[in-house]
Design a binder for this molecule. Sequence first.
Ligand SMILES: Cc1cc2nc3c(=O)[nH]c(=O)nc-3n(C[C@H](O)[C@H](O)[C@H](O)COP(=O)(O)OP(=O)(O)OC[C@H]3O[C@@H](n4cnc5c(N)ncnc54)[C@H](O)[C@@H]3O)c2cc1C
Length: 460
Amino acid sequence: MSPRYDVAVIGAGIVGSAIARELSGQNLTVALLEARDDVGDGTSKANTAILHTGFDATPGTLESELVRRGHHLLTEYAGPTGIPIEHTGAILVAWDDEQLAALPTLRDKAEANGYHHCEIVGAAAVYDAVPNLGHGALGGLTVPDESIICTWTVNLALATDAVNRGATLLTRHRVTGIEEHESTTALHTESGPVTARWVVNAAGLGADHVDALFGHSRFTVTPRRGELIVYDKLARRLVDTIVLPVPTSRGKGVLVSPTIYGNVMLGPTSEDIEDRAATATTEKGLAFLLEKGRALMPRLLDEEVTATYAGLRAAIDHSDYLIDADEARRYLLVGGIRSTGLTAGMAIAEHVLGTLAEAGLDMAPRANLPEPPRMPNLGEAFIRPYQDDARIAADPEYGAIVCFCERVTAGELRDACRSTIPAGGLEGLRRRTRVMNGRCQGFYCGAEVQAVLDREVPAR
Ligand SMILES: Cc1cc2nc3c(=O)[nH]c(=O)nc-3n(C[C@H](O)[C@H](O)[C@H](O)COP(=O)(O)OP(=O)(O)OC[C@H]3O[C@@H](n4cnc5c(N)ncnc54)[C@H](O)[C@@H]3O)c2cc1C
C-alpha cells in the first residue's frame, strides 16, 4: 500500500516548503513531493534575492496583500533561523521627464499598497545615495525597507523546519498522474505512488501541468527568463543600496544591487520563452544587460564578472496570484507566483492554511512544536565560521578553508552533508555553504569539495 498523508504538497521551492512548514504546524500528516533530488533547485535558487516591500504591486490584489505580509513574516523568521538579511533600502531612479513625472504616481501606489515610507527626492539626493550612478539621473523615489536576503537559506530553512515538524520530504518524486478515490487521491510518481486526502499544487513552472492532471485547463505558464550578471566582491564598494528603475508593465526592470554574499548584481532581463528548462544565459541577454549597466553605473563595467545566471519566472495569463481550492476534489492550486514568491512565500502559506480550513480540512495547531532551525550563516556582513575564533578552537575543521574565494571551511561542508536535508551533490553544497560560488567558480577547490562529498555521502 502507498504511504498515506493528510496533505501532499507538490513542489519543494520556497512556496511549497513554506506551505509544508505551515501545515505541519497543525495536527496533520504532510508529505512534500519534489521532482528533483533536492529542495530549492527550481526558480527559488535563481532570482534577484530582494525582500520586497510590495510598494509597486497592483493595489487590491492578493499579490499586494501577500507580499506586504510576507515581508513582515520573513523578516521575523530571519531572526531565530539566522537567514541573512541586509536592510540596504532601495532608490528608484528617474532618467527622463516621463519617469520623473511618474514618481508621484508610484508613491501614491506605494501608499495604496499600505507602504508609507517612500519619499520623492531630487537628483542631488540620488547621487548622495549612489555616488557612482551614471550621469543623467533627474530624481528618485526612496524605498527604505527593500532589503537583500539569501534565497537559498530561505528555502532550506523552511523545508528543514517542515521536516523537523514532522513533514516527510520525498525528493525524486515527480508527479506524473493522479487517481482519484472517494476520500483520497493517489499521486503517481517515478518513485511510486503517494496517497493523500488533500493535494496542494505548488509546482511553480510545472503548476499548469499538474493542474491539467486534475482536469483543469484554466491557465498556461510562460517561463519569463531573467538573466543576471554577478560582479566580483571588489565591486561592492561601488554600491550600498538597491538601484531600481521605474517599473514597466513587463516587470521591475534592470537593477543594480549588492548581494548578500558581498558581490554586486546587474539584471534581470525579462523575456518570454517556451522552454521551461532554458536556464542558460544568452549572448543577447548579456549584451542587453551590459548596455543597461553602462548607462546605470559605468564604473561597474570596469569590474570583473564572477558569474552569470538565469532564472525562469512562472508567468501566467492572469494578472494576480491564482490560489484556488476545489473542495469537491480536495485540491488546491497555487499558481502564477511570478516575481515575488521569495518574499511572499510564508504569507502564501498562511493564506493556504486559511483556505484549506475554510474548505473543510479539519486541523488544530500542534502543541510543542520544535524551535525553528538555526541555519548556517552565508551572509558576508555577518560572522562566518572562518572568522570565529571560539568556534575554530572548539572544532578546527572550521579553520580549514577549502574554498578560498568564498572562504568556506571543511567544517561547513561536513555540516551540510550531515544536516537534516543533506546536500546530495555539488550544487546542493553550493547552496548550503557558498562553496564554488566565487571568482574561480570551483576551478581550484572543486576536486577537494568533490572528495568531501564522496567521503561524507558515499551512497548518492
Ligand atoms: C529572475 C528572477 C528574479 C526574481 N527576483 C525576485 C526577488 O527579488 N524577490 C522575490 O520575492 N521574488 C523574486 N523572484 C520570484 C521568486 O524567485 C519565485 O516567485 C519563487 O522562487 C517561486 O517559488 P516556487 O516555490 O513557486 O517555485 P520553484 O522554486 O520553481 O519550486 C517549484 C518546485 O516544483 C517542482 N515541481 C515541478 N513540477 C513538479 C511535479 N510534477 N512533481 C513534483 N515536483 C514538481 C520543481 O522541481 C520545483 O522545485 C524572481 C524570479 C526570477 C526568475
